[in-house]
Design a protein around this ligand. Structure first.
Ligand SMILES: [Zn+2]
Length: 182
């Protein structure tokens, strides 16, 4: 092994990233501060008597926020709150797909591509099952990967705590990124 190889640590051609996000849910305006429920860029109709949506500075897409943070984290880049501060009026009501695109652009500039995404959304109502395929297809489109490289799971919080009482929506995401061409 050469001297330089001894001094430079091994860098594998892949990295894992994790992202988490939560938004409080409130009744739609004008009754409350909730925005329309959007998950993975797909608008969900309210279910049951729960006319609620996320309270957020942007469009409140908890799934896109978790995935964006997972991607940025994998590449060792600043997180979504640092890149897109919720104090900046420019991000008011902003389509979170634009946050994801910015993350992808930054990753590509560093020579990374997305290998796969696996995410879990925790929400009492509405059920995301009927929307899963549409969410998956839209995420694949945004990430420019095949739908088979994207997986989404929907869970409830079994009535426990704030998420279980329908007061919040939560998402977890893990991603694998790899060196382009590796
Ligand atoms: Zn968020």
């Amino acid at each position: 092994m050469s001297q330089s190889a001894q001094n430079s640590p091994y860098e594998p051609p892949f990295r894992v990233g994790h992202g988490y996000d939560l938004h409080r849910l409130d009744r739609y305006a004008p009754l409350g501060r909730g925005r329309p429920m959007v998950l993975g860029g797909v608008r969900l109709a309210a279910g049951g008597n729960a006319e609620v949506g996320p309270v957020a500075h942007s469009d409140g897409d908890v799934l896109l926020h978790a995935i964006t943070d997972a991607l940025l984290g994998a590449a060792g880049l600043p997180d979504i709150g640092q890149l897109f501060p919720d104090t900046d009026p420019a991000h008011e009501g902003r389509d979170s797909g634009e946050f994801l695109m910015e993350a992808i652009t930054r990753l590509a500039a560093d020579g990374w591509s997305v290998a796969n995404v696996d995410a879990t959304v925790i929400l009492e109502r509405p059920k995301i099952g009927p929307h899963k395929d549409a969410i998956r297809a839209n995420l694949a489109r945004l990430l420019a990967i095949a739908p088979g490289q994207v997986n989404i799971k929907g869970k409830t919080h079994e009535g426990v705590d704030a998420v279980g009482q329908g007061l919040a929506v939560e998402a977890h995401a893990v991603v694998l990124i790899s060196r382009v061409g590796a």
